[in-house]
Design a protein around this ligand. Structure first.
Ligand code: NAG
Ligand code: NAG
Ligand code: NAG
Length: 445
């Protein structure tokens, strides 16, 4: 509690964006991991797990959880544990999983390898920053198939997930489904270079995701409906699909989302808001301090996103959104505009602010911006109070905007990971955005 409130103050001084978290609510587990260790330790090896890479850890993990679910730590020690059957860990309180070793997937069922459901005061972490799940997704992907997702938290409140690596999921890596008061940090996610392998998908209330690196070819860190008060910062999309809000449909109810310090390299987009029909609102969101290099799209609102089946409704209302301090380059700004604001004809966007936007093109010597039904200031947005539908307008830029040049991360990935070979388990990095120290030090220095 004390730590969290001090931390929240420190953060709000350094980063105004922290205002998007709700004040007066618990963030993270109220009980420290050391207090949980003192209550009870349920080591999976005492429940039948063997670090031989063959014996199924599924039943021992469930048994260890059952013994520690009302307080304590489920410990997965160093070593390689095979997982052949999946677990749902339901209804825990004041507990945690300390995860030192590697779980390698050997089972082939769909669904999720680990579901944590209906828990409060929960921590999933590695005190050595060494815990990893190796999904061996390539065994599916090389056959043109998908398999299970790695981890899903459902209806979990006051929790943290940190200092672990999620590698080569057969499908999505980490899903936070209807969660509250959570913190996710110091994570690395390494998926194959194809769609359908999302990094982090999150929806809920009051969640702080920071200092995360994602490689894949789909969602980096993406907010889904419904959500409010979510702060996402220091994110490194190191060859990914890029981050997004969506895809959105009926009854969209998203507000107070901040993305801050987002570095995106060789991805589909830096930030995309995507819908196709639908209704409801995305409002009061901030997208600040973005650096992009060689992405196909950059700032991209698409209310006619054809990869999504057309939904009923006049369109989602995008309102009161601020994009500020975007720097770097896009791959080819004459082909894919670095500003694309395509809003619904039946529900024009309003209150969109684009400021301090200096993105240039890697290829050629001109780029353009493209707007439709989008009201506000900056780029090709139309100002004023008419707030009516208008046809596509474009603006051509023939000289590099001043100040576009932006720092690069060391060792940006030169190409994606093949979907036909195993992906090596990386270590948790100590930097996720140029010049920015992670908000929390790695558990194991
Ligand atoms: C979680 O709680 C909800 C509501 O009580 C319940 O419907 C659901 O079955 C629980 N989940 C599990 C896995 O038992
Ligand atoms: C969206 O449309 C559905 C019917 O198509 C309606 O029931 C619902 O109330 C609408 N939601 C909003 C937020 O307008
Ligand atoms: C990006 O990913 C590549 C491939 O694993 C890695 O070598 C590189 O170190 C990563 N960059 C950073 C700064 O972590």
């Amino acid at each position: 509690m004390l730590f969290n409130s001090i931390f929240a103050v420190a953060c709000s001084l350094a980063v105004p964006a922290a205002a998007q978290l709700a004040t007066g609510y618990q963030l993270g587990p109220p009980t420290s991991s050391s207090a949980k260790w003192a209550v009870k330790v349920c080591d999976v090896t005492d429940y039948g797990a063997v670090a031989d890479g063959v014996t199924d850890i599924g039943p021992p993990l469930l048994a260890a959880f059952t013994a520690c679910k009302s307080g304590g730590i489920v410990n997965i020690p160093l070593g390689t544990f095979a997982m052949a059957t999946w677990v749902t860990l339901d209804d825990g309180v004041a507990w945690g999983i300390n995860f030192e070793g590697t779980i390698v997937r050997t089972g082939t069922a769909g669904g999720h390898m680990i579901v944590i459901e209906n828990s409060s005061d929960f921590e999933l972490y590695s005190s050595r920053s060494s815990g990893a799940i190796q999904g061996y997704g390539y065994e599916f992907h090389s056959q043109g198939e998908y398999g299970p997702r790695l981890i899903r938290l459902i209806n979990v409140e006051y929790f943290s997930v940190h200092d672990i690596a999620l590698v080569d999921s057969p499908a999505f890596h980490l899903i936070l489904d209807t969660c509250t008061g959570g913190e996710v940090y110091n994570m690395i996610i390494r998926g194959g270079n194809e769609g359908g392998l999302d990094g982090i998908d999150v929806w809920g209330f009051n969640i702080y995701i920071h200092d995360v690196e994602v490689t894949n070819k789909d969602e980096c860190v993406t907010v889904k409906n419904p959500s409010n008060h979510i702060l996402i910062e220091n994110i490194y999309c190191n060859w990914s699909g890029g981050s997004a809000i969506g895809s959105l449909g009926l009854d969209t109810d998203i507000s107070k989302i901040t993305y801050n310090n987002i570095y995106t390299w060789s991805s589909n987009q830096m930030m995309m808001l995507k819908s196709n029909g639908g209704n409801g609102t995305v409002s009061d969101c901030v997208f600040s301090n973005f650096i992009g290099h060689s992405n196909a799209y950059s700032l991209y609102i698409d209310a006619y996103w054809t990869s999504e089946t057309l939904q009923a409704g006049d369109g989602v209302l995008y309102t009161d959104l601020t994009f500020s301090n975007w720097k770097g380059t896009c791959a080819d700004g004459a082909v894919r505009a670095p500003i694309m604001a395509i809003c619904p004809t039946g529900q024009p966007c309003d209150g969109i602010t684009i400021e301090d936007f200096a993105m240039w093109t890697d290829t050629g010597s001109s780029e353009y911006y493209k707007c439709e039904n989008a009201w506000g200031s900056g780029g090709c947005l139309v100002g004023g109070s008419a707030h009516t539908a208008y046809a596509i307008t474009t603006q051509t830029i023939t000289a590099a905007p001043s100040g576009y040049s932006a720092a690069k991360m060391p060792n940006d990935l030169a190409s994606g990971f093949a979907i036909t070979a195993s992906i090596p388990i990386p270590t948790v990095p100590t930097t996720f955005f140029p010049g920015v120290t992670p908000a929390t030090a790695r558990a194991y220095p």
